[in-house]
Design a protein around this ligand. Structure first.
Ligand SMILES: Cc1ncc(COP(=O)(O)O)c(C=O)c1O
Length: 394
């Protein structure tokens, strides 16, 4: 008999009942150091007092009104995002996938309104992940996600990550509407796009008038030590997808855009019942007020340096288990020699949570509020995991 919850997830034998900061407590009382943070969602850890206060205050006055009316928390969050980013305008969604849907629609509508309705093709890259909707899986294009779900939404050109020649050729085609890319691939195995490549992509887009869509669903909101990862390269996109960390655990996403890219999205062209809901936006404002503070981001960078240095030591000490550290800020990956899912599982016995990714990588995406002491504990626990893996091998 099928499970009452559709069995699309393979779940670990763990049930968490509460969380505080970087820690989760299991139903049996065991405590786990959470280096997954809900896959980069709990940017401020679990039960952050400012977020709890924002959510409960909003819950006591108004949970939901539709977008038929003005929503002050939504306006405030949009103003904050516009103030701190390249964007002139923001549309709120409930998830990253929904942000992907709008990014695709916005790019195509832009060219339609410019009198080029055939300019619909979007260039994407192997190893990317943009969500599980029909547009999301068609955008990523991997067989694993698309098999059995055809016919796929047309209009995506998939290029090999790093194949500059193919990119130069494809971008010159007259039907290219946009290029969509993650500055740091998350699901793809923590693969950062070097700054020089991001700059090169921006130049290429400018040369051909192509819109640049950045997917910062996983790497945005302070995760790499800048508010958004593209800031390291000193470039700005035309459209950007955001989710995960922006709600700190409350479902919230957004599409940010400059005025030009958003010009086709007039009244009635897009909508969402829950997108920009008062509860979500009240929490989103509280997250933004903390994460956009330069002093907070400086701390993320300092702690990222500390974690990375300790992880380099871990890799050097266990060459049979780990191969290398990669990533940016507190979005780090350990490329493994042993099977990544075995390492994640071994972590359960040592009270440490990590997340597997493609390319035999485990992801470390701790809350941005993790302390130095917790970083020490995290690496000590990973060291115990590695010792266990070695003893299994012997
Ligand atoms: C880069 C990226 N884009 C889009 C998504 C989809 O976001 P969501 O799961 O919120 O729909 C994800 C989720 O992992 C992601 O990492």
């Amino acid at each position: 008999m099928i499970a009452s919850v559709l069995p699309t997830y393979s779940r670990a034998p763990l049930t968490f009942t509460s969380g505080s900061g970087a820690w989760l407590t299991e139903a049996d009382g065991r405590r786990f150091l959470d280096l997954g943070a809900g896959i980069a969602v709990n940017a401020l850890g679990h039960a952050h007092p400012a977020l709890v206060a924002a959510l409960t205050a909003q819950a006591q006055s108004l949970w939901h009104v539709s977008n038929l009316y003005h929503i002050p928390a939504q306006q405030k969050l949009a103003d904050l995002l516009v103030e701190h980013t390249f964007a002139d305008t923001v549309f709120f969604t409930n998830s990253g996938t929904e942000a992907c849907e709008l990014a695709v629609k916005m790019a195509r509508k832009y060219w339609y309104d410019k009198g080029q309705p055939d300019r619909t093709e979007i260039i994407t890259f192997t190893g990317s992940f943009h969500g599980r909707s029909s547009a999301g899986i068609a955008a990523a294009g991997s067989e694993k996600m698309t098999k059995g779900f055809g016919p796929l939404l047309p209009g995506f050109t998939h290029l090999d990550f790093g194949d500059h020649d193919a990119l130069t050729l494809a971008a010159a085609r007259d039907n290219i509407a946009a290029i969509m890319v993650e500055p740091v691939q998350g699901e793809g195995g923590i693969r950062p796009l070097p700054d020089v490549c991001l700059k090169g992509l921006r130049d290429l887009c400018d040369r051909h008038g192509i819109l640049m869509i950045l997917d910062e669903v996983q790497c945005g909101m302070g995760r790499t030590g800048k508010l958004f990862a593209h800031e390291w390269a000193g470039i700005t996109p035309d459209i950007m997808m955001v989710a995960k960390g922006i709600g700190g655990g409350f479902p919230l996403g957004a599409v940010l855009a400059n005025e030009n890219a958003a010009s086709g999205m007039s009244a009635g062209t897009h909508g969402s019942t829950y997108g920009g809901n008062p509860l979500a936006c009240a929490v989103g404002c509280a997250v933004m007020e903390i994460v956009a503070d330069p002093a907070f981001l400086a701390e993320v960078n300092r702690k990222a340096g500390l974690l990375r240095q300790k992880l380099e030591g871990l890799v050097a000490a266990h060459p049979d288990v780990f191969v290398a550290v990669r990533g940016s800020g507190l979005m780090l990956g350990l490329k493994c020699k042993a099977t990544n899912t075995d390492i994640v599982k071994a972590g359960y016995d040592q009270g440490v949570l990590t997340v597997p990714a493609a390319d035999n990588v485990i992801r470390l995406l701790p809350p941005l509020t993790i302390t130095d002491e917790e970083i020490g504990q995290a690496v000590a626990r990973l060291d115990a995991v590695a010792l266990h893996m070695q003893s299994e091998d012997a």
